[in-house]
Design a protein around this ligand. Structure first.
Ligand code: SAM
Ligand code: FES
Length: 347
């Protein structure tokens, strides 16, 4: 295993069998995480980029079996912020020092192209980067958002096992999700994708394929998080909660894609009280603190046990900042685009 880790650290390439071997081995975990930490330092530096997450609607037309805000969860208390509230959230985040806001929601048809583009234009007046995470759209819609000023887009592929994807995402098409990622790239977005780890019937081989998919498609960001079963979904009794396997998947992704942005995901902290810091020491360089206000935080319940639901944006920002500084890292002062560090902008 040591030889494989060295190869990945120096050459940033592994074949599928090597990845499967590393993911399956229980002895070399810490060595793997340490190697990812060194590669992170070398390629993206010690700065941690904070992105303020605005969860602006939990209405969704999709019915993903793993997701707490799926269409058929009649117990979910639905909410949506109106466009003015969204812009106010973004301005408040900018005032708190965030250089990026991530606007995330279910696939909510209320937000037409006109409404979304107005919101994006208004937010861009604050000179912050705008990341969208609002699901599958047409090329024309992605184009309109890009022209309105959106900089980045997050759309996880969830799993590269097509058969599993179609079982877990009824009515959706893996090829269409793939098409979305290609469209986003061709429109000049910084593209973030990612996956869940520990889905029912997900094989180690398919997790290796997920990592290779990130490399082949040239994603700029990869968000990898454990699947956490939600009681009001068809997967309520699934096991999930694979913290270490998620960390290892993230670490191998860092070794193979050394200069991309990798978030320490909130789901990791849900499984381990120190999860985001452990992730930051295992290859991650981004954190997305929640800047949604009040009651909405609880209602955006993708999985149970979500952290910080009773906190305020200021508290979350202060708390994570202190944790980051305590491990000798710094807070990024720029917008944190891919390649900034290597191009000579130290943050
Ligand atoms: N609707 C947008 C989309 O599909 O990309 C953004 C919102 S969606 C809820 C954001 C991500 O939450 C999904 O890509 C999925 O990976 C993650 N997620 C959903 N349910 C989850 C669960 N039970 N455990 C962990 N992550 C989950
Ligand atoms: Fe739409 Fe989860 S099913 S956001």
């Amino acid at each position: 295993m040591r030889r494989l880790i060295e190869k990945a650290e120096n050459e940033h390439s592994l074949d599928k069998a090597d990845i499967v071997a590393l993911l399956s081995d229980g002895e070399s975990t810490q060595e793997l995480l340490n190697a990812a930490d060194r590669v992170r330092e070398r390629y993206v530096g010690s700065a941690v980029h904070l992105r303020g997450l605005i969860e602006f609607s939990n209405y969704c037309r999709q019915n993903c079996c793993y997701c707490g805000i799926r269409r058929d969860n009649k117990q979910a208390q639905r909410y949506r912020l109106n466009p003015e509230e969204i812009v106010l959230h973004a301005r408040a985040a900018a005032k708190l020092g965030f250089k990026t806001v991530v606007m995330q929601s279910g696939e909510d048809v209320f937000f037409t192209v006109d409404r979304m583009t107005d919101i994006i234009r208004e937010i861009k007046k604050s000179d912050i980067a705008v990341t969208l995470s609002i699901g599958e759209k047409s090329f024309e819609e992605y184009q309109a958002y890009r022209e309105a000023g959106a900089d980045r887009y997050l759309l996880r592929i969830e799993t590269t096992d097509k058969e599993l994807y179609h079982r877990l995402d009824p009515g959706m098409s893996w090829d269409n999700r793939r098409r979305c990622l290609s469209d986003l790239k061709s429109l000049g977005y910084e593209v973030g994708s990612g996956s869940m780890v520990g889905l029912p019937d997900q094989s180690i081989e398919s997790i290796a394929d997920d990592i290779l998919f990130f490399k082949e498609t040239g994603v700029d960001m990869a968000g990898i998080g454990p699947f956490i079963p939600h009681g009001q979904t068809p997967l309520a009794n699934a096991k999930g909660r694979e913290f270490v396997l998620s960390l290892k998947t993230m670490a191998i992704t860092r070794l193979l894609l050394p200069d991309i942005n990798i978030p320490a995901t909130t789901a990791m902290e849900t499984l381990n009280p120190n999860g985001r810091i452990i992730a930051l020491q295992s290859g991650a360089n981004v954190v997305m603190p929640n800047v949604t206000q009040g009651e909405y935080r609880k209602k955006y319940e993708l999985y149970p046990g979500k952290i910080c639901v009773n906190d305020t944006p200021v508290k979350c920002r202060t708390c994570i900042e202190a944790k980051i500084l305590s491990i000798g890292r710094t807070i990024g002062t720029g917008k944190g685009f891919r390649g900034e560090f290597l191009n000579g902008r130290p943050d």
